[in-house]
Ligand binder design. Structure first.
Ligand code: SF4
Length: 455
């Protein structure tokens, strides 16, 4: 434990870890476009120069500096930062100063390789002359993605609240797109409309994020939703409802998953992807859960000093989870009377589902526990098909696939595994088309879930 702490401190004082962003330009990798834009705008509102990185244009660079054994999101994000450096050097010439930038790359603790992306990318950046000065700043699941040590003390809490709000609103904007696009009167209008709305909301976040004026931000969101609703052609009947789960980067990053949502829509689906806020809520939930277990253990062993410290941790994670769920509900409660967007589930509900038949355990952590439970929850609620989207060889998603396949046959809900790397699989479109045929049959026989239901 002590050794790990020392390591963290060592890293923090170097060019990887909790690096202060003050007076630097922060580079935000894009996983979901809306969240990257809103997050960067929120940073700017708090006085930190920030910009979302262009994505996927540097994939060749990402592949050149990886061995092929790394997870696909690691290749994509590495490519994004290398591409940025290349372009910035071209733009600024000799004035390019790598020490002026901080690359923001969160990490996750646990059995997965996500915790190693930033270390690996550090090694790659260090191998280029001068790029050791381009620091990597990380927030980690270990402390519930706290920004302490990254921003000035007095800004930390406010930024965390505004940052989380940005993530929830980004989810809403994605859900709005998936709600409108399959029913748009004129093809292409939904995409255009959402892109221009994101740009509008960037300004809103920059202006109102620091004062946590969430009511003002929501007023703008509601106005956008009302305009977006007008693009729906009410004559188009409801379509089969397809749910997506899986590894967060792949299921969210449109370029990496070869725009699977659009592909499904092409064959007649209305799609709802798992939210990004789900992961943020899960991190707090998991922190609370582990702290509780430690409190119990220390109590049994009568180790009272560590027990108090774990109790404090438990309280911190508990408050954090309560805040997030409360804020998320508030946002959905405000927008659902305006448009019938499908809401989000509670993480505790997902754990209850797994416990019912001892299917899997939250003790294993990773996204498998979320995906397995979500698939079952959505299938029971009346989705017409479920898709598991993930990077080729992804450990948690392969586990998910193994556990849920037999269950989906029992439940009679069509299911598709969709693993991706940068290659084009010749049979992919046929698999999606066949899956959608099955989903259509399911829809005709059973109807579909009402949109007022949560995921
Ligand atoms: S979740 Fe999958 S893609 Fe992400 S680090 Fe783990 S194994 Fe890699």
């Amino acid at each position: 434990m002590e050794a790990r702490k020392e390591n963290q401190e060592e890293r923090a004082s170097g060019n990887l870890g909790k690096i202060q962003l003050h007076k630097k330009t922060v580079l935000i990798p894009e996983m979901n476009r809306a969240a990257a834009l809103f997050f960067a705008a929120t940073f700017r509102g708090f006085g930190v120069e920030a910009r979302a990185l262009e994505t996927y244009k540097g994939l060749d660079l990402g592949k050149e500096y990886t061995s092929g054994k790394e997870c696909y999101p690691c290749q994509v994000t590495l490519g994004d930062i290398l591409y940025f450096v290349q372009k910035e050097k071209e733009r600024l010439g000799r004035a390019f100063d790598p020490g002026q930038y901080v690359y923001f790359l969160p990490e996750s603790d646990g059995p997965c390789r996500f915790g190693l992306y930033n270390r690996f990318q550090r090694i790659v950046l260090d191998s280029f002359p001068g790029l050791d000065r381009l620091k990597i700043s990380s927030i980690t699941t270990r402390d519930g993605y706290s920004f302490s040590g990254i921003l000035e003390k007095e800004k930390v809490l406010d930024f965390q609240k505004s940052g989380y709000f940005a993530v929830v609103v980004a989810d809403i904007m994605d859900r709005l797109l998936w709600r409108i696009r399959p029913y748009e009167e004129k093809q292409g209008t939904a995409d255009e409309f959402i892109e221009s709305s994101l740009r509008k909301l960037e300004k809103t976040f920059e202006e109102h994020g620091p004062s946590k004026d969430f009511g003002e931000i929501l007023d703008d969101v509601v106005q956008i939703i009302e305009e977006g609703k007008a693009l729906i052609d009410s004559k188009i009947p409801p379509k089969p409802l397809i749910g997506i789960v899986g590894e967060i980067f792949l299921r969210t990053h449109v370029q990496s998953n070869q725009d699977i949502i659009r592909q499904l829509e092409k064959y007649g689906a209305e799609v709802v992807n798992a939210s990004v806020a789900e992961w943020a809520n899960y991190v707090s939930y998991d922190g609370l859960r582990s702290a509780k277990a430690q409190v119990r253990l220390n109590f049994k062993q009568m180790r009272f000093s560590p027990m108090w410290s774990k109790l404090k941790e438990m309280l911190g994670f508990g408050i954090d989870l309560y805040y997030k769920e409360h804020r998320q509900n508030q946002v959905y409660n405000r927008i659902q009377p305006v448009i019938d967007l499908i809401g989000d589930h509670k993480i505790s509900h997902l754990e209850e589902i797994l416990e019912e038949n001892d299917l899997f355990s939250f003790d294993v952590a990773t996204e498998a526990c979320l995906s397995i439970a979500s698939i079952i929850s959505c299938a029971r609620a009346g989705y017409n098909g479920m898709v598991n989207v993930y990077p080729f060889t992804c450990m948690p998603s392969t586990t998910t696939s193994a556990v849920v396949k037999p269950l989906m046959s029992e439940l009679g809900t069509p299911y598709l595994d969709a693993p991706y790397d940068s290659g084009i699989q010749p049979g992919r479109e046929a698999a999606i088309r066949t899956f959608m045929y099955q989903a259509e049959q399911h829809f005709r026989r059973h109807g579909r879930m009402k949109r007022t239901h949560s995921r």
